[in-house]
Ligand binder design. Structure first.
Ligand code: FAD
Ligand code: UDP
Length: 370
């Protein structure tokens, strides 16, 4: 029997939408279904009072991948936003990522790179650091010493993950840049920016001419949608797809408290991290600062870490040994499927930046449409 579509794509996030565009460009007939009532997955932005609100947390596009950068530039014009977050520790303000601006503020005698390195080395020595860091605390002290660890890392990280830094894997902290120049750019990539008309417009341009059905949960309509296309790309949670038969993959969740304020600006910066445990949220996002807008009002979101359980929004994967090996069991099932492919952060159970997500979609489409 001839099926109506060549590909059914479950999920209209960045992974699903990239696959949909690439496969359509290759001449395949594609249907995208999405269980939420909007496209875009977690990069979705909503225009409120002429401000693009990042509904699922702040999203800053950054990449060094030329192919990915030219792909997204087909669908959006990007501004020249550079992420330069601040940290607030009991009212003291520091620059992030850790760089000379942070060091001179922390240690008033620091005038040069050598001075900063001397402080860090001295603190490592006092801590008694070992060669191969076994946990996040050791990794952090090895990189930046104990003062920065105590003021800017320990309590923030413990709030974020609800675990002690000695119980967390070192890799979490490794993606934060450390520099001995006066440079507050949070990322090291060649390209960075925010789509001028918001991420939702970018995704809707990506999906132009493609059939999209919103408010449709594949798992509640499995029979109908399994027979509608020759191939399925599934970007929802892999364990849920298999009815959690081996167990539940863990996540961290977040709750955003968003407020409209009748003032021009609240914090004069897009992102301010609150690194002490006395403040219950990890950061405040002031959305208008992602774009160069001059509105008279502003919108902020406080970001509260939350324990995840089924029914809550999945944000961060917890890629420890236990969850990674559970994921491998599901992956073995996935490998046995015919014409069914898993992708994206939920399907592949990993934290992917947006550019990694797009690159992974490129890879899948290359492999399956050979
Ligand atoms: P998703 O966006 O989650 O899309 C999956 C879609 O599938 C969802 O829309 C979902 O509703 C749908 N779906 C699931 N199950 C079903 C079903 N059964 N039926 C129908 N539809 C279904 N990356 C950056 O590069 N820069 C950043 O600054 C950045 N900030 C981030 C901040 C936070 C708080 C988080 C958690 C991530 C951040 N990321 C950032 C990463 C970015 O969010 C991801 O790379 C991207 O969203 C992954 O897209 P995806 O399509 O894999 O997943
Ligand atoms: N982190 C920290 N202090 C900060 C910001 C980040 O200790 O002010 C740590 C924290 O452990 C966090 C990790 O660095 O989980 C990665 O932070 P990043 O901002 O890259 O991640 P995001 O939460 O934005 O995905």
């Amino acid at each position: 029997m001839n099926k109506k579509y060549d590909y059914l794509i479950v999920g209209s996030g960045l992974f699903g939408s990239t696959c949909a565009r690439l496969l359509t460009d290759k001449g395949y007939k594609v249907l995208v279904i999405e269980k939420r009532n909007h496209i875009g997955g977690n990069v979705y932005t909503e225009k409120i009072d002429d401000i693009d609100v990042h509904v699922y947390g702040s999203h800053i596009f950054h990449t060094s991948n030329e192919e990915v950068w030219s792909f997204v530039n087909r669908f959006a014009k990007f501004n020249n936003f550079i992420n330069s977050p601040l940290a607030n520790y009991h009212g003291e303000i520091y620059n992030l990522p850790f760089n000379m601006n942070t060091f001179v503020r922390l240690w008033p005698d620091v005038k040069s790179e050598e001075d900063a390195k001397r402080h860090i080395e001295q603190e490592k020595l006092e801590y008694g650091i070992k060669e191969n860091p076994k946990n996040l605390e050791e990794q952090a002290v090895m990189l930046v010493g104990t003062t920065i660890f105590k003021k800017l890392i320990k309590e923030y990280t413990e709030k974020q993950w609800n675990k002690k830094c000695t119980e967390l894997p070192p890799f979490i902290i490794k993606r934060l840049p450390l520099r001995f120049t006066f440079d507050n750019n949070y990322f090291n990539d060649i390209y960075q920016g925010i789509p001028i008309d918001g991420y939702t417009r970018m995704i809707s341009n990506m999906l132009e001419g493609i059939d999209v059905s919103l408010g449709v949960d594949f798992l509640k309509n499995r029979d109908l949608y399994s027979s509608i296309a020759d191939h399925i790309i599934y970007t929802g949670p892999i364990d849920e797809f298999y009815d959690y038969k081996y167990g539940i993959l863990e996540y961290r969740s977040l709750v955003f408290k968003t407020k409209s304020l009748d003032i021009k600006s609240f914090q004069n910066n897009a992102v301010v991290n609150y690194t002490s445990h006395e403040v219950p949220y990890t950061r405040i996002i002031e959305h208008k600062f992602f774009n160069d807008k001059n509105q008279n009002t502003t919108i902020i979101s406080e970001e509260y870490p939350d324990d995840w359980s089924i029914g809550k929004e999945r944000f961060y994967t917890v890629n420890d040994e236990k969850n990674n090996s559970l994921y491998k069991q599901y992956l073995e099932l996935a490998k046995k499927e015919n014409n069914l492919f898993f992708g994206g952060r939920l399907g592949m159970y990993n934290y992917f930046d947006m550019d990694d997500t797009i690159a992974a979609a490129f890879e899948l489409v290359k492999n399956i449409s050979r």
